[in-house]
Every structure is written in structure tokens, then in C-alpha cells.
Design a protein around this ligand. Structure first.
Ligand SMILES: O=c1ccn([C@@H]2O[C@H](COP(=O)(O)O)[C@@H](O)[C@H]2O)c(=O)[nH]1
Length: 224
């Protein structure tokens, strides 16, 4: 069975991305390419990374009117990503159109509340209640809209899985015990996230910033 650990590759440099991915390729289950990578390297960069033979998770967090998101996803279809993200806050129609545009070989996953946000941050943007409440609310919307699952933190994944047992749960913001949180505010350990129902874990800096990325990936994998 493949590893649930997906490496977040957050760089604008294709060569650096390939070098990092080559170092850890035997200890991760997939490669997550985000906005930073995609804005710099586009479709060509994704094709180059895909040559390593690991599933590609395109984390573009699309969020716009339904028609625009659907057209953007159609333009991404030739890349055949295994996973693609959109923001659940884009609403029901946007989620439905995103799913319809993606085709059957790509999982469409809705981002609920970014793991870099806490309750005061939600208050700042006019969202009352806790991140937990908001994740549960948006997870229900995602399920009703027919997408495949959600992105949430490890602090909410247990409740979300309980309400939607068949959903696919992407959990970023995981940190090894005593790992630096950086800009992440709702963190748990990789083992805790898996125990609580994560389908896959997204890990970036704890691996990419390590002096030995392969060892860091193996150490995380060993805790799962
Ligand atoms: O809520 C979210 C959604 C996506 N991410 C992405 O995951 C990685 C995490 O990187 P670390 O270096 O392990 O913090 C990054 O690419 C984010 O864009 C997230 O962190 N939280």
C-alpha cells in the first residue's frame, strides 16, 4: 500500500523541486504542487514532476464564480492530477461545477478552514464561531455538493470523518512532536491525524527544510 504522506513542494525552482522529490520519492505517497510552483512553472513543471511516477496533487485552491472555476479545471484536465483543491467557501454551485468539470480520475477536494487560521482570524473575516464549527459546516456543504472530500486540520478530522465516513480527508499542518509550527496555527502530529481519520497527510517544511529530507520523511513515516 502506498504511503499516506504527501510532500508539499513549495518552491518556484523546478530543478530544486525535482532534486527534493528525487531524494524522498521512495518514502512518500505523492507530490503536492501548490500555487508557488504552478505560477512559476505551469503545465510544463507539472509534467516534469509527473515523470517521477508519483501521484500529483495540484493544490491550487480555486475560488471564483462557478463558470470561471469550471473553465479553469477544464484547462487543467490534460495534467490528470490525482487530487485538485477548490475552496468550499466558493459555495454549492461552484463545488458542483468543479466536480463536473474534473472528470472521474481526479478527486476534487474542498478546502474548509486553512490550517493557518484560528478563531480570531475567522472573526476578522466575519465568520463567527470556532474553526471546528466552520469545518463541520463546510464539510456538510462539500458532501452535499458531490465533491470527494475536504481539507481540514487534524483538530477537526475526527468530527468530520464521523459525519461523513466515506469522505476523503486531506490534513496539512501536521508537525512531528516538538516541530516548529511556523505560520500554522491548528497543528497535530502526523500519527494523531492518521488515528483520527486522515486519508492523506501533507507535509512540507518539516521535510523540505531538513538537512536530510529523506531521513525526515522516513522518521515521519515510521510514526504512522
Ligand atoms: O489548510 C491548508 C491547506 C493547504 N496547506 C498547504 O499544505 C502545505 C503545508 O506546508 P508545511 O510546510 O508543512 O506547513 C503548504 O503547501 C500549504 O499551502 C496548508 O498548509 N493548510
Amino acid at each position: 500500500m502506498s504511503s499516506p504522506l504527501y510532500l508539499a513542494i513549495d518552491t518556484t525552482h523546478l530543478d530544486a523541486a525535482l532534486t527534493l522529490a528525487q531524494k524522498v520519492r521512495h518514502h512518500v505517497g505523492g507530490l503536492k504542487l501548490g500555487l508557488e510552483f504552478f505560477c512559476a512553472n505551469g503545465h510544463h513543471g507539472v509534467h516534469e514532476m509527473a515523470k517521477l511516477g508519483l501521484p500529483i496533487f495540484l493544490d491550487l485552491k480555486l475560488h471564483d464564480i462557478p463558470n470561471t472555476v469550471a473553465k479553469a479545471i477544464q484547462a487543467l484536465r490534460p495534467l490528470e492530477p490525482a487530487i485538485l483543491t477548490v475552496h468550499a467557501a466558493g459555495g454549492r454551485a461552484m463545488l458542483e461545477e468543479a466536480k463536473a468539470a474534473a472528470g472521474t480520475s481526479t478527486k476534487v477536494i474542498a478546502v474548509t478552514v486553512l490550517t493557518s487560521l484560528d478563531a480570531p482570524d475567522l472573526d476578522d473575516i466575519g465568520v463567527g464561531g470556532t474553526p471546528h464549527d466552520q469545518v463541520v459546516r463546510l464539510a456538510a456543504l462539500a458532501r452535499q455538493s458531490g465533491v470527494d472530500g475536504i481539507v481540514c486540520s487534524g483538530q477537526e478530522v475526527k468530527a468530520a470523518r464521523k459525519a461523513w465516513p466515506g469522505g476523503f480527508y486531506v490534513v496539512p499542518g501536521v508537525r512531528p512532536a516538538n516541530g516548529a509550527a511556523g505560520d500554522q496555527k491548528r497543528i497535530v502530529t502526523p500519527a494523531q491525524a492518521m488515528t483520527d481519520g486522515a486519508s492523506i497527510l501533507v507535509v512540507g517544511r518539516p521535510i523540505s527544510q531538513s538537512p536530510d529530507p529523506d531521513l525526515a520523511a522516513r522518521e515521519i513515516e515510521a510514526t504512522l
